[in-house]
Design a protein around this ligand. Sequence first.
Ligand SMILES: Nc1ncnc2c1ncn2[C@@H]1O[C@H](COP(=O)(O)OP(=O)(O)OP(=O)(O)O)[C@@H](O)[C@H]1O
Ligand SMILES: [Mg+2]
Length: 399
Amino acid sequence: MDDEIFSKYLKTESVFKDQQSLNQAWVPNNKQKLLCRQNELKKLLLIHRPIITTRGEFSTNTLVLGKGGIGKTLTVRYFGKKFREVALKDDIKLTVEYYDCLQHRTKSSILRHISERLHYSAGHGYSDNEIMEQILKELIKRKESLLIILDEVHKIPPDDILALLNASIGFGEQNTRFCIICISRESDWYKVDNEKISSRIQEVIRMQPYNKKESFEILQYRRNLAFRDGVLEDSVLDLIADIVYEQKNMRTGIDILRSCGLHADEHLLSSITSDMVLQSRESISPSFRADILDSLSFHEQLTLWAIASTLKHTGNPFTKVDESYEFYKMICEELGYKAHVEMSFRKYIRNLASVKAIFKEYLNPTAEKKGRQIQVKLIDIPPEKICEYFEKRIPSKEL
Ligand SMILES: Nc1ncnc2c1ncn2[C@@H]1O[C@H](COP(=O)(O)OP(=O)(O)OP(=O)(O)O)[C@@H](O)[C@H]1O
Ligand SMILES: [Mg+2]
């Protein structure tokens, strides 16, 4: 970009007052609030109140369920933050740790992280069970409580979930100080749930999507935080609330706010119109989660890009592994990266399917092709959109 563009855009005022408040990681600060989730906050508080009343000698496992984009992550993170503040005021030592299980996919990874967080190193020689025992003993010794939030918990294998849930009851300790809040969409939870796991969950909170009035109220609040006065009128906001209500997904609404703001800034406009909202809705798919794409490893990203390119090229809804591997090698070559072998490529496909970036199914063996063949497709996202996403983000290697 040359100097002219730099100075032009840096001189003009942005429609945003606080663009960061539209990030996925936003949690209300002390001057802000969480709207429309008072009931859920109250339930979480009553469930965990004994941590304060028993001065920490308390343990419980809770599960928060609900559809995508309805504020599960936000509500639980906010609760964790507020609850810790209240406990500290009462001189109760409480550590709250949030884990996105897309990033921490095993109990080992979580346990090792906790022991680091508690500032003692478990060392390499210990088994998971030993580390768990050390953590529980350490908490008792220090009179400290631990509340861990396992978001997208279905990404952890069921046996690992069970072992973590057992921690509070399985070690024969009287005064365990370890609580867990698991979060999952209902449609994901059923894949890992079993009788043993559900018997270790004391409380289940089911969250419902927002109604029209709540959707509008929340969007209004987020607009006031993010935009300058007058940028986005109530009448236009009402249209976004309709879309949120229709899709039962607040994430779509927040994505529309962000994308319209960026569009206005790019075209040096001072307000957001209904047309811009309708246009941005077209390009926002409720299940398109950029944070999932960003959490993939580099070659997983290249693999996904290759699958999308194949589908874009052939116009078919499905592709087979060997077909998309050819595209993968082409992309690698074009950008100057060394392609990995097909076996690794297959592993990346498995990982992509497990984070639900793609859908994978087995075909029955045919006379020509013996053995199980796999075909893959994208979930709800047009291949053009994936290609565009990576074209913008993955640069060619400096040669
Ligand atoms: N009550 C609320 N007030 C303000 N913003 C909200 C509220 N509920 C949800 N949001 C916003 O909507 C978006 C989606 O919320 P969140 O990520 O918590 O959904 P989720 O239920 O965890 O979805 P998923 O199952 O896909 O992880 C976020 O940007 C969040 O900030
Ligand atoms: Mg979430």
